[in-house]
Design a protein around this ligand. Structure first.
Ligand code: TMP
Ligand code: MG
Length: 322
């Protein structure tokens, strides 16, 4: 209404313009209290550069467990791909207890803010090796995996399907880079109807014998703190990701930051870190490492908003062409 009074129009407009300039971002999701940024102007500049280049220049590289899946749901921890295998359908009682014990021993080391990635590395190798050896001993059957996933409480973050769908629609490649178990990861996204053709996966894949019994894990082991090696060898080999110099990277661990190291032509990289656990202890290191830090946020609202912003020029182009 005030806009209809001529003498008040100009001052109000000026104030609004100054306010807009001060808050600048066109993304309301980034103003939430759960969103932290070390350098807001860098985030905005990167997003504008990515928007200008459009969807055709973009690729998304994301971690899986506790990044695309929730950390907790209805007050309970959501299982990781490894923990989905910790099911009596697949392994005996003794082994389920052993796997839980290993988790309780090594997960606190994985997220310990007082240890460097180099200090954590040998423990991570130990954890993954022990668990994989145990799974192999249990002679897991390939044809039981889908049922184990259906029985589990695995759940993608709210808005995750929209994220996958938008990427597929815009033909933006999505590389899921996970230290989890690739066969289970694939089954989770298949059962959620988001395993689109633009999805590529680097992970630990099971090797089954001729009757479908687990006998080994394929290739070099990937754990939380050696993703750089995997990125350089396997990531660089993914042809679809060449020619996409802008990277939106999502992770929940400092080890995830090296997932884009295989992108030799990278021009702009925007990193988003989900800080799920040990929030106060890890806040500073996350803020020093990720461009955007999301505190105890179980949704994909922020990545979805960033993605919409980056591809918005393409969307308006499509509408103009119609
Ligand atoms: P990510 O790279 O997709 O996040 O998968 C790795 C996560 O899996 C990491 O946070 C630790 C977790 N993990 C388990 O939950 N149970 C296990 O037995 C192992 C070896 C790893
Ligand atoms: Mg993770």
């Amino acid at each position: 209404m005030v806009f209809h009074i001529p003498w008040i129009y100009t001052p109000v407009r000026t104030i609004l313009a100054i306010w807009h300039q001060l808050t600048k971002t066109e993304i309301p999701e980034l103003t939430r209290v759960s969103v932290m940024m070390r350098e807001r102007s860098r985030v905005e500049d990167t997003m504008y550069a990515m928007q200008k280049a459009g969807a055709g220049s973009l690729q998304v590289i994301s971690d899986f467990d506790m990044t695309l899946t929730k950390f907790a749901h209805k007050g309970k921890r959501v299982p990781t791909t490894h923990n989905i295998l910790n099911n009596r359908l697949l392994i005996d009682d003794d082994s389920t207890v052993k796997m839980k014990k290993l988790f309780n021993t090594y997960y606190p080391i994985e997220i310990d803010a007082s240890l460097s990635p180099e200090e954590k590395l040998p423990y991570m190798v130990e954890w993954w090796t022990k668990v994989h050896d145990l799974l192999i001993q249990q002679r897991i059957r390939k044809d039981e995996l889908a049922r184990a996933v259906r029985d589990s409480n695995a759940v993608l973050r709210e808005g995750c399907s929209a994220f996958f769908d938008c990427l597929a629609e815009q033909r933006v490649p999505l590389l899921i880079f996970s230290a989890g178990v690739g066969d289970i990861l694939e089954e989770v996204i298949r059962q959620n109807h988001v395993f689109h053709p633009n999805v590529h996966i680097i992970s630990n894949y099971m090797d089954f014998d001729h009757i479908g019994v687990l006998q080994a894990f394929k290739g070099q082991l990937i754990h939380s703190y050696n993703k750089r090696a995997g990125a350089l060898s396997q990531g660089a080999a993914l042809r679809e990701l060449h020619g996409q110099p802008n990277v939106l990277l999502l992770g929940d661990s400092l080890g995830d930051l090296s997932m884009a190291d295989g992108v030799s032509t990278a021009q702009n990289i925007l990193t988003v870190g989900f800080l799920n656990d040990q929030v106060e202890e890890r806040k500073e290191s996350f803020l020093n490492s990720f461009d955007i830090v999301l505190l105890r946020d179980e949704t994909m609202d922020v990545p979805n908003a960033i993605l919409r912003f980056i591809v918005s020029s393409e969307i308006s182009k499509v509408h103009r062409e119609k």
